[in-house]
Design a protein around this ligand. Structure first.
Ligand SMILES: C[S@@+](CC[C@H](N)C(=O)[O-])C[C@H]1O[C@@H](n2cnc3c(N)ncnc32)[C@H](O)[C@@H]1O
Length: 342
């Protein structure tokens, strides 16, 4: 895939450009207006019979959804607009992005100046880091499962659509054993195994994440080729003998020192002749683009995105060869850095 090619699933962002458009759409989902109209065209009066909402409120909501090109009026009644109908092909992603952006919107409105001035204070205060609380991924309690499922829905939805693009930049066909560190629900490994039938994968992640990941994969054809290794990959010994070890959207969570430790450990666990692969978002750049509402969750991590050259340098320090960088663009700059252990 060429970097300038449009990635089709990103059409969901067209309906999340502003807070008002996103919040209106959320109400459309919450009140079942979208579901009812998707099932069959209806006139406003018929819609009123099916939706629990005062008449003038429903009229207002429908007006806004029409203005935002979510709904269109035909002789048969209200329908989903053609563009929104296309976006609904990716409705899991659309709803995940919508909920993620709404969940962190208060961080932007209340704390953007703090984020600009003092990253540590932002880390202490932001809802974003209460949502991604890895302390809750260590012990198996109902409350921890619930909290962890909430953010894993976002990471899994993003990875479901990012993976095919990411994977188009590297050939996995010669590998037999892979390890995905911070591999989350196993969705990334699943897609690699789906394309490479001789491959078996290990997902390394924190215990609660692995439990939820196993449930995510349970009914998939790839489940019996993917196992989960419950560990703190920073401190615990990792298994070895892998042909390829991947990190996707994982290393930016960590300061340089820990990111380097992860890479050293992966380098130790990969076979001679095997590969390390890093998929990450790069530094944000708004020279030629505005900031859409849908990008808020990504924006709030902006101090943490590194350039690919940082990882290239670490690979060089580790003595790796055949180091390559491929850069591409999804909602923001993305890259893959690969290298071989000689
Ligand atoms: C931002 S998420 C990315 C998940 C996934 N790779 C993706 O692209 O969707 C970071 C992942 O690293 C995991 N993680 C964080 N600290 C970890 C640690 N010390 N050892 C193993 N996994 C860890 C988290 O549980 C989470 O699944």
């Amino acid at each position: 895939m060429h970097s300038s090619e449009v990635v089709e699933y990103l059409c969901v962002d067209d309906f999340l450009t502003t807070l008002s458009a996103a919040r209106t759409l959320k109400s459309g989902f919450e009140l079942d207006v979208i579901d009812v109209i998707q099932a069959t065209p209806v006139h406003l009066e018929q819609l009123q019979d099916q939706i629990e909402c005062p008449t003038n409120s429903l009229r207002l909501l429908v007006q806004l959804l029409k203005t935002n090109n979510v709904l269109a009026e035909t002789t048969e009644g209200l329908v989903l607009s053609e563009a929104f109908g296309q976006a609904m092909r990716f409705c899991d992603l659309l709803e995940a992005k919508l909920d993620f952006a709404l969940a962190v919107a208060p961080d932007f409105s209340d704390l953007f100046t703090v984020l600009l001035k003092d990253t540590q204070e932002f880390l202490n205060k932001a809802k974003l880091f209460q949502l991604f609380d890895y302390e809750k991924c260590l012990s198996a309690t109902e409350a921890n499962y619930e909290a962890t499922r909430r953010w894993m829905r976002f990471t899994t939805a993003l990875t479901r659509y990012e993976a095919p693009v990411c994977l188009s930049y590297h050939d996995f066909s010669s590998y037999r054993r892979m390890l995905d560190i911070g591999g989350n629900s196993g969705e990334f490994s699943r897609q690699i195994c789906c394309r490479n039938l001789d491959l078996i994968a290990t997902v390394c992640d924190l215990p609660v994440v692995c439990d939820i990941g196993q449930q995510h994969l349970a009914d998939t054809e790839e489940a019996d080729r993917i196992d989960f290794f419950r560990a703190n990959a920073l401190h615990d010994p990792l298994p070895d003998g892998y042909d390829v070890i991947t990190f996707k959207s994982m290393l930016h969570d960590w300061p340089d020192e820990q990111a380097i430790t992860f890479l050293q450990k992966a380098h130790h666990s990969v076979k001679q002749g095997g590969s390390l692969l890093i998929y990450e978002r790069g530094p944000l750049d708004f020279t030629n683009s505005e900031l859409p509402f849908s990008l808020l969750p990504i924006l709030l991590f902006f101090p943490f995105y590194r350039s690919p050259e940082f990882y290239q340098q670490q690979f060089q320090h580790l003595g790796m060869v055949n180091i390559e960088i491929h850069e591409f663009f999804l909602e923001s700059p993305f890259f893959v850095v690969s290298g071989t252990k000689p």
